[in-house]
Design a protein around this ligand. Structure first.
Ligand SMILES: [Fe+2]
Ligand SMILES: [Fe+2]
Length: 261
């Protein structure tokens, strides 16, 4: 049926633990939840910070339809040309026009199209223009899509909540990323847009938002710089499943929070 779809969106995949958790759980989640589209935030996929073509290729080989990013987009130089070449990976649309990559893409599965928009918050983050202004132009780029999913990568809950209200009735879903901690406010807004302030992270829950906890604690206790490694202990997947039966209108959003072992 036209417009009938489901989207599994996976929160920031952090390092090896996150990649392994996704790899281990995705086949069973496909079986159980039957998502038509799978979209993954990959901004922490390479060693906890950034992404390289290797991790992006691995996600796409798993059948991931699109990859979104965030403030760690440009950490590894190898990804810069990849962002120009590949359509299925997007960086925040409100970055400067001169920065590599695109902020929107359209992917197709079973005759249905999904527009994916990535945005960066403005508070405590370096973005070229205001997310709530640039999003108008980004939505025009995906105007032909049956469904639209917006990943708002932001520190401030207020910016994400405001974007959710601003887009209510215009897109299928607005999902927040970046804090790595899932919030308890998943719901479908009155106009039909599925919303959550933060999906959380796919990575080791035994660390401090993805970093080995003893390193993070030491830095906070000494105020001295230290090497950060990605945590490995207690990996989980943090995701949401959005179901829709009409174009750009969600019926439901549910959190998918599962241990990988
Ligand atoms: Fe992140
Ligand atoms: Fe981030």
């Amino acid at each position: 049926m036209a417009g009938d779809t489901s989207i599994l969106f996976v929160g920031d995949v952090v390092g090896r633990a996150g990649r392994r958790a996704l790899e281990a759980l995705l086949p069973a989640l496909r079986e159980e939840l039957a998502p038509r589209f799978v979209v993954v935030n990959g901004e922490n996929a390479a060693g906890g910070i950034g992404i390289t073509p290797k991790e992006a290729d691995a996600f796409l080989a798993m059948g991931v339809d699109a990859i979104t990013l965030g403030n760690h987009t440009y950490r590894h130089r190898e990804i810069w040309p990849y962002l120009q070449e590949r359509r299925e990976i997007v960086r925040p649309a409100n970055y400067l026009p001169g920065q590599p990559g695109r902020g929107t893409c359209m992917v197709e599965r079973d005759g249905e199209t999904l527009g994916v928009v990535n945005l960066s918050g403005n508070l405590y983050m370096q973005a070229g223009s205001p997310a709530l202004v640039t999003v108008d132009e980004a939505l025009r780029e995906v105007s032909g899509a049956d469904h639209v999913l917006v990943d708002m990568h932001a520190e401030a809950t207020s910016e994400k909540v405001a974007l959710g209200w601003y887009l209510d009735g215009k897109v299928t879903g607005v999902v927040g990323t970046h804090t790595h901690v899932p919030t308890a406010d998943a719901r479908v807004l009155p106009g039909g847009t599925a919303y959550i302030t933060d999906v959380g992270m796919t990575g080791a829950r035994g660390g401090v938002i993805g970093v080995r906890r003893e390193q993070s604690i030491a830095v906070m206790r000494t105020h001295m710089p230290m090497r950060y490694d990605a945590a490995e202990e207690d990996p989980w997947i943090n995701a949401v499943l959005i179901r829709a039966s009409a174009p750009r209108r969600a019926d439901s959003i549910e959190q998918v929070l599962r241990p990988a072992s």
